[in-house]
Design a protein around this ligand. Structure first.
Ligand SMILES: [Zn+2]
Length: 513
């Protein structure tokens, strides 16, 4: 039988896998699993980022040392172009050098507390019977004006300690089913919603610290929002924190003891001190490295994986976000170790200044991809295949938040199939916010945060003194590293980049050049 050329073309088109069909390279995935499960180095990376170089507050010397260590480790593993991508820091560097909080009378007790970031140190050792102020807003200022000069102020109310259950939690099968079958994600909370909230909050948050400073308070102690000795410590605002009075977060139970004593007319005598160093020349940058793509046609396209590298300062930033950073580094190590030759370049980005408002990822997006306000696109915008972020604690990966990108669903269904047995295959139409993928999303790039088990993130570790190595689960990090390595690899191998949502409209007009 004679077949015309067009019939042949039709026949081969029918036999060839359709472009929409994902090709899963089972052999490489098996090697990724063996490397990640049997020869994992993720806990050593975590140890370095927490016990050795933690905490990693943006602008602290530790942050810079940690970033340089990670860059060097990525180089040792054989990655290409490992470097620090820096930008001028909008705030001075700040490192805590020492502090002490003691109760002298009615009986001696060393109190559990921590200075808030960027607040100045005390003028030497300060001793006083504290004044209780309970200032919640400017409406309370008048009653205290002129009465706080040279005093230690307890600002807060006697309230029972947070009774939240600290047991580690995993997503239940009911929760997974609900997430997986969610239909309407609602209007996604985007970067601009968060920025507007911060700006409003920043102004509000600094009103009270500025009042204490103006009134000449020697130090301010406020209760932790957590009970059971857990200190949740951040900074009062960011940009004006260095102009507040020396400010400490005190364990709720210890704050309550002081407040009860004052209430009953028994004078507690406090002695406290703190020393903090401000410095210029902050590195504070992003750690970047890559495995170069092997396909001449696709090597300029990039699959980017990342998470933030900085942390708050009262713990060692283990679950927020040394866990995510260690997993992303491990994913790169695994790919290098198994000799993966991805068609596209696979790049890692570990972002600085996330806790202060996504400074690192914002700088990266605006340098490489687009101006977020004018939506002026740079050439690299067309070459980003996908961005994958990890920043919700130690919990293993349970799936992906689609972030309103429904076209990506059938692709992820296939990419995550090899990990269904590890519970990692849920796709939810729900959005998530609060981390660096939002910046890429705001630039109209396909960006995703993985769905993770909560474990103790909300109940214990998030921004607290208990965010330490001990609360990280080794098996969960191994699972996450293998899932990320595979998803990044498969994304780098497929014919097309991941589909995109429509480009967001510009927020402000382009300036004429
Ligand atoms: Zn985080």
């Amino acid at each position: 039988m004679h077949l015309s050329l067009s019939t042949l073309a039709l026949a081969s088109a029918l036999l060839a896998p359709s472009p929409a069909e994902e090709r899963i390279d089972e052999e490489t995935i098996a090697r990724i699993k063996m490397e990640g499960f049997q020869r994992s180095q993720v806990m050593d990376t975590l140890f370095q980022l927490t016990d050795v170089y933690g905490p990693r507050l943006h602008g602290s010397e530790n942050y810079d040392k940690a970033a340089l260590w990670s860059r060097d480790r990525l180089r040792e593993w054989g990655l290409d172009s490992a470097e620090i991508e820096s930008w001028p820091s909008p705030v001075p560097g700040w490192s805590l050098e020492s502090f002490s909080i003691e109760l002298l009378e009615p009986s001696y007790q060393r109190l559990l507390g921590y200075p808030m970031a960027w607040t100045p140190g005390t003028e030497g050792v300060v001793e006083d019977v504290p004044v209780v102020a309970s200032i919640e807003g400017p409406g309370d200022f008048e009653a205290h004006r002129g009465k706080l000069r040279g005093r230690i102020v307890l600002n807060g109310k006697l309230e029972s300690a947070d009774g939240r259950r600290p047991e580690p939690e995993r997503l239940t099968s009911d929760q997974i089913a609900r997430l997986g079958s969610a239909i309407d994600p609602g209007r996604p909370r985007d970067y601009w919603d968060e920025e507007a909230e911060w700006k409003a909050e920043e102004a509000k948050e600094l009103t009270i610290p500025r009042f204490f400073r103006e009134e000449g308070a020697k130090a301010v102690l406020q209760p932790s929002s957590r009970g059971r000795g857990v200190l949740r410590v951040m900074s009062p605002g960011t940009f004006g924190a260095s102009e507040s009075a020396p400010t400490f977060v005190l364990a709720r139970e210890h704050f309550n003891r002081l407040a009860r004593l004052v209430d009953k007319g028994i004078r507690p005598r406090l002695r406290l001190s703190s020393a903090a160093a401000f410095r210029d020349g902050v590195l504070g940058g992003n750690v970047i490295a890559e495995i170069a793509g092997a396909d001449p046609r696709l090597k300029d396209e990039v699959v980017l994986i990342g998470g933030h590298f900085d942390s708050w300062h009262s713990g060692t930033g283990a679950t927020d976000n040394a866990a995510g950073a260690a997993v992303m580094m491990e994913a790169m190590r695994i790919l290098e170790a198994v000799g993966a030759k991805p068609r596209r370049t696979i790049r890692i980005g570990l972002w600085g200044g996330e806790e202060q408002g996504y400074w690192g990822s914002k700088h990266h997006v605006e340098t490489h991809y687009a101006s977020l306000s004018t939506m002026e696109l740079k050439p690299e915008h067309g070459r980003l295949a996908a961005y994958y972020n990890l920043d919700n604690g130690t919990g293993k990966i349970r799936g992906v938040y689609l972030q309103g990108n429904e076209a990506a669903r059938p692709i992820f269904e296939r990419l995550l199939e090899p990990f269904a047995y590890l519970g990692a295959a849920t796709l939810t139409t729900e959005n998530t916010s609060g981390t660096d993928h939002l910046l890429f999303d705001a630039a109209g790039l396909p960006a995703f945060q993985f769905l993770q088990d909560p474990i103790e993130y909300d109940t214990l570790t998030h921004h607290t003194n208990m965010d330490v190595y001990d609360h990280v689960s080794e098996d969960d990090l191994k699972q996450a590293a293998v899932v990320v390595a595979s998803v990044a690899y498969l994304t780098a191998m497929r014919e097309e980049k991941l589909p995109r949502k429509p480009l967001p409209p510009p927020r402000s007009p382009r300036t004429k050049s």
